[in-house]
Design a protein. Sequence first.
Length: 441
Amino acid sequence: MEKLKRIFKEKADKLSVEIKDLLKTHGSKVVGEVQLAQIFQGMRGITGLVYETSLLDANEGIRFRGYSIPELKQKLPKVEGGSEPLPEGLFWLMLTGDLPTNAEVKELSQDWLSRAQVPSHVFNTIDGLPREAHPMTQFVVGVMALQTESIFAKKYAEGVNKKDYWSYQFEDSMNLIARLPEIAAYVYRRKYQSGPKVTNSVAMDWSGLFANKLGYDKENFRELMRLYLTIHADHEGGNVSAHTSYLVGSALSDPYLSFAAGMNGLAGPLHGLANQEVIKWIFQMQKDLKKENPSKDEIEIYVKQTLSEGKVVPGYGHAVLRKTDPRFTAQAEFAKKHMPQDPLVNVVWKIFEVVPPILQALNKVKNPWPNVDAHSGALLVHFGMREYDYYTVLFGVSRSLGVLAASLWARALGFPIERPKSVTTQNVKDWLKGEDQIWGE
């Protein structure tokens, strides 16, 4: 994909000069103030990272290079006759800042298809795990096994000018993105379909091909995958999967190593694993109430019972957002178009009406609104994918687009290894008494 590679390099060279000028003129300027609570509470809200591909606004939601999700749905290229954006187009946008043409996206799809062959030892490595291993475990092991193919690692070992790091990282990133659907589909069919059969490659877009390899050949499901893999791709740099990938990559770990690290973060219940927790909670509610489609009054009673037991309602609340997640809205619009009568989808919509007022009344929740995880499972179940412990793998395939595009920018701009300062609680106590200065090496 020489055109995309050339455009990216031109953009990176230009921005690199701008950043050097910024630092020369304003490098000593203080950015914000850090509160003591922030350093004890997960560095929440501390601005300490430049991440080029997306930005999360608390009141507006995620923007990719300035474009909102509704704008992307309208402006990004689509397959002929389709209505959902192609994630290839989003990757192009995140990497260059420019909306791609239909021809450019089609060329990128074909480029990824040409890179999609996975070495047999990757499947053999996955096969060394028990079939009952969590899908994310199998997925990450597959990515780590694929690391033997890293061009960056080989070139670095040979000795290469640091100005060329980005070029080899570009090739690694393109190869990894191209091969992830094959690995993810292998995990799915191995664990749930009594065999690792993978559909033969055909000339198709990245999402459509992934859907086929999973064993789903309906066009509506392919459309869902195009939407899903687009809206889950990135969420600025502070979330666990993005930040972990960025942090590990800052040590010059190759894209395979840094992406695998990020996926281990995504597998946490407070991050990407939440999507399986949502549908599991809904299934349990249906079972406990002995109703497939309970009323809003019944849901309200069940929600209050869940909260009274010291539990949370999965899919509600977000560390940054203070409104309904636009990714939830995009999925709800898809459901209204393709499956408005689906009982499970209607339960999700009822929960949306019931939960926020309950959480608001508690006065303990800053964001009572649904996040992306609150809806995605119901869409997948509609098409027959009830294996909810696999959903985070889908999230991971999508997230590769954002974290790898961002890592390319970090390398092209020559950003250094990440190394924040840490202190002990005793340091803080001494500082509060005026006996220690903790804000420096």
